[in-house]
Write a protein that binds this ligand. Sequence first.
Ligand code: ARG
Length: 466
Amino acid sequence: MAEQLWKGRFSKAVDSRVNDFNSSIRFDQRMIAQDMKGSGVHAAMLARQGIISEQDCEAILSGLASIADDLASGALEIDPAAEDVHTFVEQTLTARIGDAGKRLHTGRSRNDQVALDIRLTLRDYSHTLQGLIADLVRVLCKKAGENTASVMPGYTHLQRAQPITFGHALMAYVWMLLRDLERFADATRRMDAQCPLGSGALAGTTYPLDRQFTAEKLGFAAPCPNSLDGVSDRDFCIELAAAIATCMMHLSRLSEEIILWCSWEFKFIELDDAFTTGSSIMPQKKNPDVTELIRGKTGRVYGDLNTLLVMMKGIPLAYNKDMQEDKEAIFDAVDTLELCLKTITPMLDTMRTLPANMRRAAAKGFINATDCADYLTKKGMPFRDAYKLTGCMVSDCIAKDKVLEELTLDQLKGYSDLFEEDIFQAIDLVNCCEGRTSYGGPTAASVCSQIELAEAKLADWEEAQG
Ligand code: ARG
């Protein structure tokens, strides 16, 4: 078993059960690159400040580089018995370079070290996730552009309500995802604002550290101004988890729609065979498992956010071991969203839309009833009366198994003299959709300008990435 860093104070080795219980190497080893990056900068700063010698610094840097090389080539494996990734790196380094390795931890604690490592790791993950969200936005915009004329019923209460297009519906998700992108960028900006390295265990250090130098070299705007907050702040995990949970909620809503849309009851879309699964018993089945899993995994990500919030709520200053629990929760949230985005994007890219079925669904359900009432209103009838009269017409039509546009002009005139030949234009489904010219509406022109706007937002985001 690997030796404890804090062995001197104790007369016995730690019980192996406690060691297993305490160890975080299983889930913090994924921060090893970031841990070594932080150590390299810390060592360089110690040397600049004359706290360690240049030779020691060089030995540390080349030792760290050799560890990185050996990990990459497979010549070195992470010891699963090490307490955590920080211990593993320090002990491996010391085994390779001797005393210089033992000087690396001067003026540093694992408390500020881990606070730094998580920030550096989540910064990388956030960029990956943002890139994947942007990919999804591009696919949705492409599909929306192909479906600006695909009239379908828009729903409220899952009841057919008013005509929209499939393109307009997809763009609604684009706007949700663009807000997600902003949320990730915002959370990441705050994460990168303050560097905890140099906070020490909790109360700083007596060594003349240059915290400005390490903060800048590690890509932070400044060192954090309070050492207690520096080691015990996990707001950035919570903020990222909240952004992830919100994005999962959006993917889950979209998934729910896909599930409905590809059912025989709707059949607005057909998923590619490669993105569906069959049944072991029912030969006809083609199941949208991907979307169901996304819906299911959303609950689990909410759980991760809740874990972090509850974990933090009773923690007195400064570091407490409870905080080791942050990593499994936030990494699970990150991994889950990454997996979902990587799967849903090609699934949507390859799905086939079935506009004829959308149009058929739009023809039923009286989604042009508002337009009929609006027609009468524009001819002078007060809206409330027009609304009531159209309601009666709908009710009569239901009894006769007809739709409004199947009534003859004579039948229409039986309800009101205001009806003229132009009513048929007014309640034509395409016209009803294209007539909704208010800003942000479902017309082809509106969907096209939404796509342009969304692409401009993506370009801004891309530019901000540098
Ligand atoms: N593995 C620990 C964590 O993830 C590192 C910090 C340990 N600090 C300590 N005081 N025991 O939080």
